[in-house]
Design a protein around this ligand. Structure first.
Ligand code: SF4
Length: 339
């Protein structure tokens, strides 16, 4: 008997796997990788997930999410949570994908670390039947952490497994999970930052992209975790690096797309400062505003006259220069910042 676990990187999914292993079932796990992190952070995350799962000697499949995930994100049937998180739809999406893997892996059912009543949107008792039906996997999703509170699944009614040793956890308290982690000697550490979609600032930047471009794109979404983001017009935005790594990330993006039109790279001359990436259709005022904010985050003195170099992408990519007076007035920043 084999099960496939939806692994979130959190303690609950580790425990769910352990409890099912205790029932004598072989387990493999899948992690659905959201396309929101810059490559270096993504590598770190994968390393972290592999180290967590290695405690249970389970094979981990990392599945990058693609365009079909973004289509769901643009218009989730059950709506968004407090930020840009369509948890119910997202969860159903993950389960459907995992359900499609069952046959290929010769696995018999799915496991999740869901707990009754833990999350208002997707983990209340009434949400589970909706999730099971809409994912097309009714009877095949085992939730070991709340097993005692839920109707038996096919694997239990058929006598394939017994879940008598599983707890009946309900609500947001973590006491039982922490006791179990100690009992099984499991090390855990939720991946830094958690799901980006639950972060309001990230969500607002994603909504801004969706409104401006009419759809979400993998490459531009990946940039949302890099730099400070500003909107200058419905068709033009700018990103300003906050450190050396982010400047490198912005430069890499520009270089990769240097033959496409509609990209600008800006740098204040004469003092250390950030790189800025302009994206979209810019008029001269838009470029002046991005240049002004580029000086804002440079080491030049307030009110200094600063020369800004601009490199434009495209088949005839060209260099130009602008001069502007640095201002540290927060109103200028706030006028354009996407928050
Ligand atoms: S927290 Fe994020 S990954 Fe988890 S279900 Fe919600 S949107 Fe999906």
């Amino acid at each position: 008997m084999k099960a496939l676990a939806l692994f979130s990187g959190g303690l609950d999914s580790l425990l769910a796997i352990k409890l099912i292993q205790e029932a004598g079932v072989e387990v493999e796990a899948v992690y659905f990788l959201q396309p929101f992190l810059p490559s270096q952070q993504e590598e770190k995350l994968i390393k972290h997930l592999n180290s967590l799962i290695s405690q249970l000697k389970v094979k981990l499949h990392i599945v990058p999410l693609g365009d079909d995930y973004l289509r769901m994100l643009e218009s989730p049937q059950h709506g968004y949570g407090k930020a840009f998180n369509p948890c119910l739809d997202c969860h159903i999406f993950f389960l459907r994908q995992a359900g499609e893997m069952l046959k290929k892996l010769d696995a018999d059912f799915l496991i999740t670390g869901e707990v009754v009543g833990q999350r208002p949107k997707s983990q209340h008792k009434g949400a589970f039947p909706i999730i099971d039906q809409e994912s097309g996997l009714a009877g095949l999703i085992v939730r070991p952490l709340s097993a005692g509170l839920l109707p038996p699944t096919i694997s239990e009614t058929e006598g394939w497994i017994s879940l008598d040793h599983c707890p009946s956890i309900q609500g947001r308290q973590r006491k039982v999970q922490l006791e179990l982690a100690e009992k099984y000697n499991l090390k855990y550490e939720t991946p830094a930052g958690g799901c980006q979609l639950t972060n309001r600032e990230f969500g607002n930047k994603a909504k801004d992209l969706l409104a401006a471009d009419g759809k979400l794109k993998l490459e531009t979404l990946r940039l949302l975790s890099t730099g400070r983001h500003f909107r200058f017009s419905p068709k033009f935005k700018g990103i300003i690096g906050r450190n050396h790594l982010e400047n490198q990330e912005l430069f890499r993006y520009f270089y990769k797309h240097r033959w496409d039109s509609g990209l600008y790279l800006l740098k204040a001359m004469g003092a250390p400062g950030p790189l800025s990436l302009g994206m979209g259709l810019a008029n001269s005022e838009d470029l002046e505003n991005l240049a002004l904010l580029t000086t804002r985050y440079s080491d030049h003195q307030d009110q200094a006259e600063v020369s800004i170099k601009i490199l434009a992408s495209g088949k005839n990519h060209h260099k130009s220069k602008l001069t502007c007076k640095k201002t540290t007035d927060p109103l200028v920043t706030e006028k354009f910042r996407i928050t």
